[in-house]
Each structure stands twice: as C-alpha cells, then as structure tokens.
Design a binder for this molecule. Structure first.
Ligand SMILES: [Zn+2]
Ligand SMILES: [Zn+2]
Length: 127
C-alpha cells in the first residue's frame, strides 16, 4: 500500500503528467490519465486514476460560487444512491471545491476525517 497523501497540490516533481495532479482519493500521482474536452478557454479535463479507478472532471479554474475566490480546496464527496431496502451504498465519488471562507465546516471535516464528504442530500436514515 502506498501511503495516502491528501495534498491536492502535491510536491514538485520533475515529471508531471496531468498538471501536477494527484488523485484525491488514493494520492496516486503517476498513474493518472487525462482527457481534454471542449473548446479552448472553456475546456475540461477528465482525469482517471489507474490505481483506484476514480475518475473526475478537473476544473481548470475552480472558483467559489459564493464569493468568487479561486482559493478553493479540492475534496471528495460521495454520491450515494438508494439501493433496494434501506441500505445505502456508496456508488462513486465526485470532486468538489471547498471555499475556506464560505464552507469552513465541510473543509474542516474533510481535513480531519480524510474521508469523502457526505452527499448534500442524505436520504432519511431508517434507523
Ligand atoms: Zn486513485
Ligand atoms: Zn467563498
């Protein structure tokens, strides 16, 4: 097992494949592939991690929708879909950007637990 690193900014490396990026889930830095889509100036990159198979859309210029700062942090949020019965199963995750000013609670949660954030709308717990 590789040690898990969570820093989205990583350390400087001589060889960078996808813009000095690491997987927000497992910390993989090398085994990543990116696909560019869209018009220049409005393009997105879909990154796929070869280690844990997470894929996510990398926003090239993420901004806080509330205050507009670009000083946002990368975090993961689980996408939970209801399965049969009352059980929840975590199907996948997506990358979200947290603003330290507007969203300090979720950012602190992310920093402390190192586990994906809960989905915004959690189905009612049957317990
Ligand atoms: Zn990964
Ligand atoms: Zn903000």
């Amino acid at each position: 097992m590789r040690p898990v690193t969570r820093s989205p900014y990583g350390r400087a490396r001589s060889v960078v494949r996808v813009n000095d990026l690491s997987c927000p889930n497992c910390g993989e830095e090398d085994n990543l592939s990116g696909r560019r889509k869209g018009e220049p100036g409005n393009e997105t990159i879909t990154v796929t991690c070869g280690s844990c198979e997470l894929s996510w859309v990398r926003d090239l210029a993420p901004r806080c929708p509330t205050c507009g700062t670009d000083d946002v942090r990368t975090a993961l949020q689980s996408i939970v879909e209801k399965s049969r019965g009352t059980q929840l199963s975590i199907q996948s995750m997506r990358v979200v950007y947290l603003c330290p000013i507007c969203d300090p609670e979720r950012l602190a949660d992310w920093n402390q637990t190192n586990s994906p954030l809960r989905p915004a709308e959690l189905p009612h717990d049957a317990n």
